[in-house]
Every structure is written in structure tokens, then in C-alpha cells.
Design a protein around this ligand. Structure first.
Ligand code: MN
Length: 320
């Protein structure tokens, strides 16, 4: 995902505040709404709520695309051809439809609703996300990226598929623990930092969700509307919840669905360009050159689609 997102380089730095003992007793900070923007990934319409000018990261989460709902008619391609990643994990999570994942590690994995595809890029991986090639209804889901910390971001790449995730019953809602732990249960998905992702199916009425005071959070609504602390969040918006709270009340009059992502504020300065998450322009330029030159850093993907190539990052262009 993000393969056609050829934005200029963008820097993200972790929020510069510390959450100490004292802040646990400070007044509760208001929830703030961030407007996402529409983007095209191939022919797939997405609403991107991370990164935006107003909000670059939420914990280690650095990218959030809400895909569809979009028909999977054979005439309408949603295929995303082979492209590279470094320094991040891709979290693919569907509400309906199917996607076929192929990567340079040799993985080939169909993903269905309620299942997790988690790819850890490390020093470099390439993958394709394809329509399964048969009628599979309506595609609706999210793809989220987690920035890897310095401790692992140059490491080996890896792919994992989790067919079943733990669920927690809440008042008027069910939470599925996609990444991290919540309500006494834990997702088996790999984590390199302290972060969490839940799918929340809100049946209507009020739901109190417990939070960790050392985490910041964002609610990404994908269907319906959710009242978050007096603020109405709808599809295409992200409601940011500052660290320092141990609970939040969510209300959905008619039922709604949302992703709640959160984590300890990321304290490493992140630099993102195209599908790369790094720290410096030089690292990005190296990754781009490796991909453009077909270097072995990115092995081939067994896809019927031609790989995606992009122009070099602007700071690599000759000056005359
Ligand atoms: Mn991708």
C-alpha cells in the first residue's frame, strides 16, 4: 500500500512531551479531530488519516489508509504491483473482501476478514497485493504502518499471517485485539515497540474502553459515527486522544465500526518518503537506488504484475 503515494519527503518527530506521574493527575486533554484526505493507491480509493500535517504519528503508527468499501468486480483493478518497503511493518486488516499477498520472502497468503497479515520490512522487502482474481464482493479494510525502532529496523524481513485474533466483550461492543494486548488477552503478532491496535464493533450505546496512561491513541472510524468525549468522529476522520488517560467513553447511536490504535509516543525522529520509513535522506536515497537498480536488497516477487518504479527522491536529482 502507499505505492502511488509519491509525496515529497516528510518528516515526523515524536511528540516532545513526557508523560510522567504528575500528568496522570493533570486535567484531561480534549480529543482533537484530524481530517484525512483521499488518495489513490493504484485504482483503489483510500482515505489517509496518517500522516497529515496536523498529526504525523500515533505511538509508532506512522501511516493509516482506510480502503474502500469498493467493488471487487473483475473489471475494476485493485491490484498493487510489486514495490519495496524498509523500516516498517505493514498491518493489513479487512472488514470484507479478500486480498492476496505475495512477497520477496516467497510468501503467498490470502487474507480474509478477521485475519491479520503482518509484514516486517526491516532492511528491505518487496511485496504485491492482488485481487484474488475471482468475485469476492466488496473490499473494505485498513492498511496501517508501524515504524520500526532503531533496534530492529535494519534487521531481517519477515511475514506472518494470523488466522484468528482474540476478542474481548465490552458493554455494547466487541473488541478484536489485532496487535498488542488489551483486556487481558494478547495478539500473537510480532511487536517491536509498545503499541496496540483494536477493531471496535460498536453495537450502539456507550462503551467505556480502558486506556494506558503512557499511550497516546487515535480512533479511526470506518463506518458510522462515534461520539468521542463530546467530539463526533466520522469515516475519514481520526480522533486523536492525548496520553495521560486511563479510559475513554465511546458512543455510537446506530452502531459503528472503528480502529483504535495507540502506543508509547515514538521517541526517534522518523523520515518517510514513498514506501520507505527511515531516519535520513541518505538512507532513503540508498533504498531508492537499490530498488531502481534491481539490487539484491529487494528480491523478486512472484507476481504477474510489473514492478512499480518511481522517479528518484527530489534531493537525489542532479542540480544542473
Ligand atoms: Mn506495500
Amino acid at each position: 500500500m502507499g505505492a502511488d503515494d509519491n509525496d515529497e519527503g516528510r518528516a515526523a518527530s515524536g511528540p516532545g512531551h513526557e508523560v510522567g506521574e504528575a500528568s496522570l493527575h493533570a486535567p484531561v486533554l480534549p480529543v482533537s479531530l484530524v481530517e484525512g484526505r483521499s488518495a489513490l493507491v493504484g485504482e483503489l480509493v483510500v482515505r489517509r488519516t496518517l500522516p497529515t500535517r496536523g498529526r504525523r504519528m500515533v505511538g509508532a503508527w506512522c501511516f493509516a489508509d482506510h480502503m474502500g468499501p469498493q467493488s471487487l468486480d473483475p473489471g475494476r483493478s485493485i491490484d498493487i504491483a510489486p514495490h519495496p518497503h524498509i523500516g516498517l511493518q505493514t498491518v493489513t486488516w479487512l472488514f470484507s473482501g479478500e486480498f492476496l499477498h505475495r512477497d520477496s520472502l516467497g510468501s503467498e497468503q490470502l487474507i480474509r476478514p478477521g485475519q491479520l497479515n503482518l509484514m516486517t520490512a526491516g532492511h528491505g522487502v518487496a511485496h504485491a497485493e492482488e485481487s484474488p482474481g475471482r468475485s469476492s464482493g466488496v473490499l473494505h479494510g485498513v492498511q496501517l504502518w508501524v515504524a520500526q525502532p532503531n533496534a530492529t529496523r535494519e534487521g531481517e524481513s519477515r511475514f506472518e499471517h494470523v488466522a484468528e485474533l482474540p476478542r474481548v466483550d465490552l458493554a455494547n461492543a466487541v473488541a478484536t485485539v489485532v496487535v498488542g494486548d488489551f483486556g487481558g488477552v494478547r495478539s500473537p503478532a510480532r511487536r517491536d515497540t509498545e503499541h496496540v491496535a483494536l477493531e471496535l464493533d460498536l453495537h450502539g450505546g456507550a462503551t467505556d474502553v480502558s486506556l494506558r496512561a503512557n499511550h497516546e491513541y487515535a480512533l479511526i472510524v470506518v463506518a458510522g459515527e462515534v461520539l468521542v468525549d463530546g467530539v463526533i468522529a466520522a469515516s475519514g476522520q481520526l480522533a486523536f486522544i492525548e496520553a495521560g488517560r486511563d479510559e475513554i467513553r465511546l458512543s455510537a447511536r446506530d452502531g459503528a465500526r472503528a480502529m483504535l490504535i495507540g502506543g508509547v509516543p515514538f521517541d526517534e525522529r522518523v523520515f518517510m518518503w514513498w514506501n520507505f520509513v527511515a531516519r535520513t535522506k541518505e538512507e532513503i536515497a540508498d533504498a531508492w537506488l537499490a530498488w531502481a537498480s534491481g539490487a539484491e536488497r529487494f528480491a523478486a516477487v512472484a507476481s504477474r504484475f510489473a514492478r512499480i518504479d518511481v522517479a528518484p527522491p527530489p534531493w537525489v536529482l542532479p542540480t544542473k
